[in-house]
Write a new protein. Structure first.
Length: 268
């Protein structure tokens, strides 16, 4: 009988010739290079890490930023379909401009359609906007929004949870939605189809204890009609109702604790 060769199981952690000190030094050099490139690096344990993100289970251990990261940044995420309708774009511009004029930060995901309209309208109104992106912070997706991403980094804030040179993947955008939900005090869905990432974020937001606001336009979809029955969901029929809802939510925010204390059990 031929001899049997017993194979050793592969190591869980591959052997390396580098010492612990060498690895730490290499990591420090990499972080220094990112910071020299204008990228903020914030560990979960750092004071600079956004307090409102610490309360969600999907909080990334590292956060990369370009722009001004504020300790207290009351924000509403304005999101919706990439293939936006003319009506949806009009609602988005009106909503984002109104929020900006009231000093509320407009957060969105820098995608085509509703996201781009939200960022642009907030900037045109002279307000603050935050882009939570689904790629590394040195990447641009979609490429057509490169100028917009750089401009937001100059006058607002760009956030990424991914390694700075990471390319977009199918999994990265739902993970981005979780961080955007955690960063914002509330999520407003302008319009979204049955498989939209905005629908994913609405579900995540309720899980985070963040209110969700649905426009009457979003309510044309079956998922939104069913979602509207859940505690913590507000349905608004116009700008006046939207501002009333947002004012009520933001008035309950503790001054220095981000979005902790938001009501999660209301329906309008």
């Amino acid at each position: 009988m031929p001899d049997r060769v017993l194979r050793q199981p592969e190591a869980l952690f591959p052997a390396t010739t580098s010492s612990g000190a060498e690895l730490v030094a290499a990591s420090a050099d990499e972080i220094a290079g990112w910071r020299a490139d204008g990228i903020g690096v914030h560990a979960f344990s750092d004071d600079s890490y956004p307090a409102q993100l610490r309360s969600i289970k999907e909080a990334p251990p590292l956060l990369f930023t370009r722009g001004e990261l504020r300790a207290n940044d009351p924000a509403v995420a304005v999101i919706g379909s990439r293939k936006a309708s003319a009506r949806g774009l009009g609602i988005t511009r009106s909503v984002a401009e109104t929020l900006a004029n009231r000093g509320v930060t407009v957060a969105s995901g820098l995608a085509h359609g509703i996201d781009t309209a939200a960022h642009t309208a907030a900037l045109d109104a002279g307000g603050r906007t935050v882009a939570v992106i689904g790629t590394g912070i040195r990447n641009y997706y979609p490429p057509a929004n490169q100028w917009l991403q750089d401009h937001i980094a100059d006058v607002g804030l760009v956030i990424s949870q991914f390694w700075p040179d990471a390319a977009p993947t199918r999994q990265s955008f739902p993970r981005r939605n979780a961080v955007m939900s955690g960063y914002a005090a509330a999520t407003l869905v302008v319009e979204a189809g049955e498989t939209s990432g905005a629908r994913i974020q609405a579900r995540l937001a309720l899980g985070h204890g963040r209110p969700v606001i649905l426009t009457s336009h979003a309510m044309e979809n079956q998922w939104a009609q069913a979602f509207a029955t859940k505690p913590g969901v507000y349905v608004v029929l116009g700008t006046a109702e939207l501002i009333e809802a947002v004012d009520g939510l933001l008035s309950r925010l503790p001054p220095e604790t981000g979005s902790e204390g938001l009501p999660g059990r209301a329906h309008a």
